[in-house]
Design a protein around this ligand. Structure first.
Ligand code: UN1
Length: 498
């Protein structure tokens, strides 16, 4: 294997080492002998330098016409399309998702580039009539300044794109700290922006660990927005710390997403959806289908058919095109999965399929686990309540539609949910009553498209949305402007009163 490349922080357009000189390794979770790259282990002083660079760049970037900013994004989208295959391979090596899914992750960033590029010619505000004569009024979006972005490893290019692109199309500048497990994909995305002509300092990258590099970003007084995707515990901590400097905080956190399968459902379609939703990305999606809420009349048949198909999943290194499921991301996550399987057994659930680590032969150097299906699960069990973030799903039998909805909603999270039914009335009731930010009908809980709002209720978020034009809310303020052209003083609520 060739010598791994060392990646520097990107600060004000310069590639610079961490001030401490410390670095860390990014290893392949499918084969931990392979080092993907050496990255800077940054601290508060590196974060501060990046924030200062972003602040300087903000002065001219905010005044660059938004359609011009959009043109850079269009060019970056074209570049990313050309580099898609290479970057997908990099992604599979750094975080383990299979190649087809890595291509999808890059595609999601391409989609977001085009979408936000177009937004450069919209960024619509409102005009509205005044209650006074000869007075004009409008609302316009204004950028907020330097935005701090903290991104996870599971969608290592898509999620950075969800945050960087709405921020910069509005005229903000950013400092991004990508997850230490998969930073390379952020570099690849940002390289396209640089090659497309993005001015220095508009996007800055500082790599490192949460406590050492993320925390100073959240504390920095010059950072106006924090956008974070990760665990609920860290999100709560960020909210508290960021309150001290009155930051605008957008949080995207956990999920415990359920697929309801009614007794009138197309079972073959449901099986296909569950396989994709539960085991795609090795279950490492916030949107993963980790609960299957099945009507008792079909629950056993569904479980059996699912087990037959899940047995066909080929686990391995995602660079092999025949492999359909990769490893867990790291040792910690791997242990969490193992622990939850043990907990599920202790709670009295039955392992219908899987439940074991894969450690022999080609699996010896990676974090591989069998696709795992639990049956005889009851809604209050921990495996039915807590986010596992691994290839584990739990089948819960219910007796009615109303019970299915209650079970689906009976968790602390509210990201995504789904129902398989052929009954249009049930489908519409589910759309209304499922308490999640995303609802699917006859499709699994994963697969959101970038131009609709993405996010969840309850412990999943704090009311913000990524994706769609809604993402713009996170990174802008509204300014209301009143222009009185009457030539005399008009007092609102007084001079025009009854
Ligand atoms: C995530 O799991 O954090 O809807 C993001 C989906 C993907 C994004 C998932 N488009 O599953």
């Amino acid at each position: 294997m060739s010598e791994p490349k060392t990646y520097m922080n990107l600060i004000g357009g310069e590639w610079v080492a961490s001030q401490s000189g410390q670095t860390f390794e990014n290893r392949n979770p499918a084969d931990t002998r392979e080092v993907i790259g050496i990255f800077q282990r940054s601290g508060a002083e590196d974060v501060d330098a990046a924030v200062q660079a972003a602040k300087r760049a903000y002065e001219s970037w905010r005044l660059t016409p938004a359609p011009k900013r959009g043109e850079i994004l269009f060019r970056a989208a074209e570049l990313l399309r050309q580099r898609k295959e290479q970057y997908a391979r990099d992604m599979t090596r750094e975080m383990g998702k299979v190649l087809q899914e890595a291509r999808g992750d890059v595609q999601e960033a391409i989609d977001m580039l085009y979408f936000m590029a177009g937004e450069g010619r919209r960024l619509y505000g409102q005009t509205t009539p005044s209650e006074m004569p000869n007075k004009f009024q409008m609302s316009v979006r204004v950028p907020k300044g330097v935005c701090g972005l903290i991104t996870p490893w599971n969608f290592p290019m898509a999620i950075p794109s969800w945050k960087i692109l709405p921020a910069i199309i509005l005229g903000n500048t950013v400092v991004i700290k990508p997850a230490e497990d998969a930073p390379l994909s952020t570099y690849n995305l940002v390289q396209c922006l640089l090659d497309a002509g993005l001015p220095p300092g508009v996007v800055n990258i500082v790599t490192g660990y949460g406590e050492e590099a993320g925390e100073p970003l959240v504390r920095h007084p010059e950072v106006k927005v924090i956008s974070f995707t990760g665990s609920t515990a860290v999100g709560q901590h960020i909210t508290k710390v960021a309150a001290e400097t009155m930051k605008h905080v957008s949080l995207e956190m956990g999920g415990k997403n359920g697929i309801i399968v009614m007794d009138d459902a197309d079972l073959e379609l449901a099986v296909q959806g569950i396989l994709w939703g539960a085991f795609g990305t090795t279950g490492q999606r916030c949107t993963a289908s980790s609960r299957i809420i099945a009507h008792r009349a079909i629950a056993n048949e569904l479980a059996e058919r699912l087990a037959v198909r899940a047995r066909e999943i080929k686990v391995g290194n995602g660079l092999d095109e025949t492999v359909t499921m990769g490893p867990s991301i790291n040792a910690d996550q791997y242990n969490i999965v193992c622990n939850y399987v043990a907990i599920g057994k202790q709670e009295g659930a039955r392992v219908l399929l899987g439940g074991e680590r894969l450690t022999e032969g080609e699996y010896a150097h990676g974090y591989f686990f069998q696709p795992t299906i639990f049956v005889d699960v009851t809604p209050e069990m921990r495996i039915a309540q807590e986010e596992i973030f691994g290839p584990v799903t739990a089948i819960i039998a219910v007796d009615s539609f109303d019970e299915a909805i209650a079970v689906a909603n009976g968790v602390k999270y509210g990201l995504s949910s789904s129902i398989y039914t052929r009954d249009v009335n049930k489908a519409f009731r589910a759309m209304r009553d499922l308490d999640t930010g995303i609802v699917y009908v006859n499709a699994p809980t994963i697969g959101a498209e970038i131009h609709l709002p993405f996010g969840g209720t309850k412990a999943t978020g704090n009311g913000h949305r990524e994706g769609g034009v809604q993402a713009l809310e996170v990174f802008s303020e509204w300014k209301s402007i009143y222009v009185d052209y009457s030539g005399y003083l008009q007092r609102a609520q007084i001079d025009n009163a009854e």
